[in-house]
Design a protein around this ligand. Sequence first.
Ligand SMILES: *[C@@H]1O[C@H](CO)[C@@H](O)[C@H](O)[C@H]1NC(C)=O
Ligand SMILES: *[C@@H]1O[C@H](CO)[C@@H](O)[C@H](O)[C@H]1NC(C)=O
Ligand SMILES: *[C@@H]1O[C@H](CO)[C@@H](O)[C@H](O)[C@H]1NC(C)=O
Ligand SMILES: *[C@@H]1O[C@H](CO)[C@@H](O)[C@H](O)[C@H]1NC(C)=O
Ligand SMILES: *[C@@H]1O[C@H](CO)[C@@H](O)[C@H](O)[C@H]1NC(C)=O
Ligand SMILES: *[C@@H]1O[C@H](CO)[C@@H](O)[C@H](O)[C@H]1NC(C)=O
Ligand SMILES: *[C@@H]1O[C@H](CO)[C@@H](O)[C@H](O)[C@H]1NC(C)=O
Ligand SMILES: *[C@@H]1O[C@H](CO)[C@@H](O)[C@H](O)[C@H]1NC(C)=O
Ligand SMILES: *[C@@H]1O[C@H](CO)[C@@H](O)[C@H](O)[C@H]1NC(C)=O
Length: 410
Amino acid sequence: MGKNAIFTLLAILYLLINIVASLNSSNDEYALLAFKSQITSDPNKILAKNWSQGTSFCNWIGITCDRGHLRVKGLNLTYMGLGGTVAKEIGELSLLRSLIISNNNFHGFIPNEIGKLSQLQEIEMQYNKLTGSIPPSIGFLENLQKLTISHNGLTGNIPKRIFNLSSLIEVSFGNNGLSGSLPMDICYNLPKLERLRISVNQTNGNIPPSLGTCTNHEILSLSNNHFSGRIPMEIGNLSRLQVLHLGSNNLTANSFSGRLPMNLGNLQNLQKLSFEYNQLTNDPSMLELDFLTSLQNCRKLKSIMMGINSFNGMLPKSLGNLSASVEILSADNCGIKGIIPNEIGNMSNLIVLRIEGNELTGTIPGTLGQLRKLQKLRLDVNKLEGSVPVNLCNLVNLYLLDLGNNQLSQ
Ligand SMILES: *[C@@H]1O[C@H](CO)[C@@H](O)[C@H](O)[C@H]1NC(C)=O
Ligand SMILES: *[C@@H]1O[C@H](CO)[C@@H](O)[C@H](O)[C@H]1NC(C)=O
Ligand SMILES: *[C@@H]1O[C@H](CO)[C@@H](O)[C@H](O)[C@H]1NC(C)=O
Ligand SMILES: *[C@@H]1O[C@H](CO)[C@@H](O)[C@H](O)[C@H]1NC(C)=O
Ligand SMILES: *[C@@H]1O[C@H](CO)[C@@H](O)[C@H](O)[C@H]1NC(C)=O
Ligand SMILES: *[C@@H]1O[C@H](CO)[C@@H](O)[C@H](O)[C@H]1NC(C)=O
Ligand SMILES: *[C@@H]1O[C@H](CO)[C@@H](O)[C@H](O)[C@H]1NC(C)=O
Ligand SMILES: *[C@@H]1O[C@H](CO)[C@@H](O)[C@H](O)[C@H]1NC(C)=O
Ligand SMILES: *[C@@H]1O[C@H](CO)[C@@H](O)[C@H](O)[C@H]1NC(C)=O
């Protein structure tokens, strides 16, 4: 074969590739128009005006194209007030990397065809009215880094395969009606996971100890579910953890029973810790709530929410050794006994102190008057005696003070 023939062949090949690419490109336009056709509400006429066939779709609002092929790479229609269903043709945008339709009024199902988008790195669909179940095909999107579909009406189980997508960094399923339990091996293949929010109505199940192996975890929110059993010790291994929400699990009966792991103090970056509304107890052989002592090493801690449990222990003097960064201590209705230690006056940045609904005895410590930033102080429904210390008048920022239902003298 002569050089010319080879050249001609190459040229034809090149042309063919371009034709195929442009075919795909017009396919993208077709897919976008199909998507538009299912938008039934566009109050600001954004797509109605802008997505018009006379112009290249790469210039349409919310669309980003790749440079080479004029193919759609990104679709971002967040906060546009759009309503309608998500067209299954979305699955034709084969080079799509980012699909963002959050904060709109989309309803109906998430089309299973989304699983054809093998390049997808990001799916954001939170704050819509999507229903049905999470399409299992999402579990095949090997490049997915971010999956946020919270605040919808999704039901059914979370497809287990999603927890096997090793690129995932952020997953948010919160505020749906999802059910089922988490796979026990949830973190075996999620080396990059940093944020996991599953506040979703899981009907049952334990918190998988393997969560302790997602070592990049920064936010772990499992609140408002029906998780039962113990808080696994392994959570104390998540040294980057900043937020740990375990509150409101199995609200009715004996749920999160058992004790708190004592190694939460390992979590040096922890800022928010909540495990209120459970059935947690203290080690019965200990008089004091020694898990509070264990939190001394959490030097960035800002809030501790531990109310509505069955601790049956005393506040330790070591309360005064908690980080000065603590602003909220909410420990109402959780079976605390004994006196309020004077050392509480060392928590100099406290803004909210709630210890109402316990069995506290003794007098109100005058050292509370040192908490100059205090805005909310609730000591009501306890067995406190004596007079109200005049020092409380120093609390110039206080707007809520409740001392009712005690045995205080005038
Ligand atoms: C065109 O799309 C098909 C599937 O829709 C895909 O397999 C192929 O790689 C695409 N070609 C180009 C050049 O993008
Ligand atoms: C659509 O919106 C884009 C981005 O705001 C703008 O550049 C373009 O001119 C608009 N096209 C039409 C036809 O309105
Ligand atoms: C999507 O669009 C919104 C509003 O235009 C913008 O704030 C946001 O950064 C965009 N998201 C991405 C990932 O580009
Ligand atoms: C999880 O992923 C690994 C490797 O990517 C694969 O070998 C394994 O079959 C997957 N397991 C499931 C249950 O999908
Ligand atoms: C959770 O489920 C209960 C019923 O089990 C329902 O009343 C509630 O609205 C659900 N919450 C969400 C956020 O879907
Ligand atoms: C994780 O925590 C468990 C229990 O606290 C411990 O036995 C284990 O050695 C820890 N693993 C790592 C990798 O730190
Ligand atoms: C809470 O846990 C108990 C014991 O495991 C179970 O019997 C009960 O059904 C659970 N309640 C809810 C609302 O999940
Ligand atoms: C508070 O910390 C100091 C200094 O580390 C220590 O000497 C003291 O024993 C601690 N107090 C309590 C009650 O743990
Ligand atoms: C902590 O509180 C105790 C009791 O009120 C007090 O004696 C001590 O000086 C305080 N320590 C610090 C560091 O403020």
